[in-house]
Design a protein around this ligand. Structure first.
Ligand code: ADP
Ligand code: MG
Length: 354
């Protein structure tokens, strides 16, 4: 049993006096140790004789026993004066972004248009072009970076530096990756309420030691809701790219996405539109293009809003398979891989123009 797996289980331990928020979210898990067949969890309490300490020790033990039968469970406590004052995710400074040149939000009006596929492949392609690149998966409701990069089940290192908790990004394919998916169980994120999702998301960006980067891409949650407003408010985005399919319905959603960034309170430049699933090319007929979602919808939309069309990515079986296998298509020299490299060049040009 790895410590990150244990951490994920601890999300199930709710604090009855804190609106049933869980002990991880409340910052009460001080330490998790796994040694052979033994698991030791240390819970931090703000004061001695906390009336709920026994209860929480009991539920922690119960949750771990239920999920890890046969393991020896030891739950300890430690007194930490400041745990109460410091719920996770508040008061985060921007210093970890100090050496990041461009912070680009990857947004879409709706889900399922291939936003994450584009974000992951764009990151890999930028790295292939020699740019120092990171990607923060801010889609708290459907993190897909772990699967698409074959880093599922890995646990980023975290440590304390003075008052601050620092998380190290994972590195693979020349890119620094961070995702809420490394910390939460897939079904967990879905039930998060607004403020909790916002906090988790800010941590995934502001507590991460990105170091020196040319590009930090942020895979934003689909849609244009509160989380976005909060995100674009708190993270100093340089600009955004919008991913869409050529379909009319998707384009109507693009309009919302564009308006969100252009809203006077936000006012972030849009680098351009990326049209995904532009046409279908079967592997056995590589010269053929079938415009199954309509032709040139992206180009028309880009024109309407006065933003450049940065690239068109075809529907290719290999792109989906590569995503499922955790080896992004952009690593390959096949035409679909090259399409992402071309796109990366355009994105870099557009960023440099800002
Ligand atoms: N250009 C493409 N060609 C083939 N499959 C694609 C392409 N873009 C996305 N997909 C597939 O479509 C599905 C949804 O993509 P995803 O990137 O998760 O969308 P989103 O992040 O917008 O919800 C995934 O199974 C992905 O592999
Ligand atoms: Mg996604």
């Amino acid at each position: 049993m790895k410590t990150n797996e244990i951490m994920k289980l601890l999300y199930e331990v709710q604090h009855p006096a804190k609106n049933d928020r869980n002990i991880v979210e409340l910052g009460m898990v001080d330490k998790v140790e796994a040694d052979g067949n033994k698991v030791t969890v240390t819970l931090a309490f703000p004061k001695h004789r906390d009336p709920l300490a026994e209860y929480l020790i009991g539920s922690t033990r119960a949750v771990l026993t239920r999920h890890t039968p046969g393991t020896e469970i030891d739950v300890r406590t430690v007194i930490k004066e400041d745990t109460k004052k410091k719920p996770v995710g508040l008061d985060l400074g921007l210093e970890e972004l100090d050496n990041v040149k461009y912070i680009i939000g990857v947004a879409s009006g709706k889900g399922g248009v291939g936003k994450s596929t584009v974000a992951v492949n764009l990151a890999v392609a930028l790295a292939r072009l020699g740019y120092r690149t990171g990607l923060a998966d801010a889609d708290v409701y459907g993190p897909s970076v772990p699967k698409m990069t074959g880093t599922e089940g890995e646990m980023p290192e975290a440590y304390r530096e003075g008052e601050k908790e620092i998380i190290m990004p994972l590195e693979k394919y020349g890119v620094k990756w961070m995702s809420i998916g490394y910390f939460a169980k897939p079904e967990q994120a879905l039930i998060w309420r607004g403020p909790m999702a916002c906090n988790a998301l800010k941590q995934m960006i502001l507590q991460v030691r990105w170091g020196e980067l040319d590009f930090l891409l942020i895979d934003m949650p689909p849609g244009t809701g509160d989380i976005h407003i909060s995100l674009v408010h708190d993270i100093p985005l340089t600009g955004a790219v919008i991913v869409s399919t050529p379909q009319d319905v998707a384009l109507a959603d693009v309009e919302k996405g564009v308006n969100m960034f252009r809203n006077s309170g936000i006012n972030k430049p849009i680098l351009g539109l990326i049209e995904n699933m532009s046409w279908f090319t079967p592997a056995e007929l590589p010269e053929n293009r079938y415009y199954i979602f309509g032709k040139d919808g992206g180009a028309k939309m880009a024109e309407k809003y006065g933003i450049p069309l940065l690239g068109q990515i075809p529907i290719v079986q290999g792109i989906r398979e590569a995503g499922d296998d955790g080896e992004p298509a952009a690593l390959s020299s096949r035409p679909d891989g090259e399409a992402f490299v071309l796109l990366a060049e355009k994105v870099a040009e557009a960023a440099a123009r800002l």
